[in-house]
Design a protein around this ligand. Sequence first.
Ligand SMILES: Cc1ncc(COP(=O)(O)O)c(C=O)c1O
Length: 385
Amino acid sequence: MSTPIHYGKQQIDQDDVQAVVDTLNSAFLTQGPQVAQFERSLANYVGCKHAIACSNGTAALHLACLALAVEQGDIVWTSAISFVASANCALYCGASISFIDIDTNTGNISLTALANKLQHAEKTNSLPKAIVVVHLAGNSCDMQAIHKLCHPLGIKIIEDACHALGASYQGAKVGCGKYSDCCVFSFHPVKSITSAEGGMITTNDSSLAKRLKQLASHGITKESQDLQQPGQPQWYYEQQSLGYNYRLSDLQAALGLSQLAKLDTFIERRQQIFNNYQEAFNTHKLSLLKQNEEGESAHHLVVILIPNNQRDAVYQQLADKKIHCQLHYMPIYRQPFHRISDAEIETFSGAEQYFSSALSLPVYPDLSHQQQQRVIESLLEIVNE
Ligand SMILES: Cc1ncc(COP(=O)(O)O)c(C=O)c1O
């Protein structure tokens, strides 16, 4: 009987286990040196000045919105095709959310849709405070073009790079912050690297970094230069804003650090798997999402587009063979909580087309050659029937 294959999973080795055990045996389980080291190492990896660790990617998005002063009365825009957290972060701050249609070739936001929406919003005085752009599947959006459209209008840019740690764009790593205010990562087990749960925000803006750090820990600071009442004893700390306990523990940071050392080999393996799929499906009229020509994807997901409304049938037949794919994602506006009217849905032709055809195939570093062959042969057998 064949073993099940899932669309994604972590790869943990003995070094990772040892790193966590060592931290368990150390003086600090939280607020210790592993967190600070993880932040420094990730900032160095992506080439950004600051990195702030937090408990998960959702918390990172919430912190990003808070630190950029998103609040009640504001509007935030995000991609119609993403995980719900890309939208919820705005609602946590009391703002409202509005969706941008996607480019069906890449699954990322459509630049034309963005430009049209901006033009309309300028006319109706309803420009967003911030935009959360999502690098779907690990493939960078065209950040230079997005920056060119949004920056002159004073719109803050948050990159949701939860899929894209290890990806690059124009020769620099995603997260370097060249075209955004800040960039958010997730270390959920299916992502490029894992810390079980975990998140990170990178930014080149020192005062934004300070606010993010404070907000992730109750709004409290102990830094003598930041105190409103200086000259206090060592035990003194101040709560200066309403923050949260969104901290990452040292156990999680130790795992994240150990995983970060393997990130490039993980991405290389994902790239090989992507290439194998591409080669296998090339001649069968099955297309994968198009890659950004100015970048290299982290290949968090390999999304295949199944034509003729056959996606659900293909999904089920693969599941019957114990190959468990997934849809990333149903448009957020179709979720009961975020539901928009049927007439509005009709305006999202890109997201609707993607929704009817997308399927994420298994991709993770230790997916074996035989397992990938099983996926390829099963899929071809189903679609060629
Ligand atoms: C695009 C995107 N944004 C945000 C998140 C939230 O990350 P986390 O699960 O770490 O909270 C995810 C995770 O699934 C995601 O895929």
